[in-house]
Design a protein around this ligand. Structure first.
Ligand code: SF4
Length: 223
């Protein structure tokens, strides 16, 4: 099948795209991450996606997204939710709905997401969200299986892919930074526990509510 892979980041996609190919599918990466803040983080993850796509010869489509719209549609009223809580379910629905719309518009045969490779994300919840959007087109694939996460770490290392230190939105940064300020041994990466320490976080806690991309729309053409 010709599958559109919602791609949260290059490390996760590095395993999922190969797994889909091994299963006989054609794969296109769909970078749709309105949740990401600040803007510099979105850029870093996108650059890593381009590096992976070039290495593995995978087409990429970059979604035009607005973090301001994501804040309004997903996060407002759910700012204090912990990671894995209601805000995250809404966040999955937002990105997977956009992926579904692109699947229809660009005539892919199915869609799925790299989100299930993370041990910090519930595959059952993601499947539920995807199937509610489209039972016919969503592929419920648990990329954690067959050591998927471990493979993603290995490939990230081999390809020197940028690996983030927090899930993606400003609220997930707060959850990482606060424990680090009080307990030095806190685990830094909510997405990738082996990360070990907080890296590349070039903005501080006090800027969390204002240091996003409110009002801007991120536009990139497909490459
Ligand atoms: S913590 Fe991650 S999954 Fe949850 S709302 Fe933020 S970006 Fe989305």
């Amino acid at each position: 099948m010709n599958v559109l892979l919602h791609t949260c980041c290059a490390p996760c996609a590095s395993h999922c795209a190969l797994a889909l190919r091994d299963a006989g599918h054609e794969v296109t990466l769909f970078f749709s991450n309105a949740n990401l803040a600040p803007e510099a983080e979105w850029q870093k993850r996108l650059e890593a996606i381009y590096a992976l796509a070039q290495h593995d010869s995978i087409p990429v489509i970059v979604d035009e997204t607005s973090h301001a719209d994501w804040l309004t549609s997903v996060a407002t009223g759910f700012e204090q939710e912990p990671e894995r809580g209601k805000r995250c379910e809404r966040c999955f629905r937002y990105s997977l709905t956009r992926t579904y719309e692109a699947t229809l518009e660009k005539k892919f045969e199915a869609f799925t997401t790299s989100l299930t490779v993370s041990p910090h994300k519930s595959s059952a919840l993601i499947f539920n969200v995807g199937q509610l959007i489209s039972q016919a087109l969503f592929l419920s694939i648990d990329f954690k299986k067959n050591d998927g996460f471990k493979h993603s770490l290995q490939r990230s290392e081999e390809l020197s892919l940028y690996r983030q230190s927090y899930c993606g939105c400003e609220f997930s940064v707060r959850q990482v930074v606060r424990p680090l300020q009080t307990v030095n041994t806190a685990r830094a990466c909510n997405t990738c526990p082996e990360n070990g320490q907080l890296r590349d976080l070039d903005w501080n806690v006090s800027g969390l509510t204002t240091h996003g991309v409110a009002g801007s729309t991120r536009t990139r053409s497909a490459s």
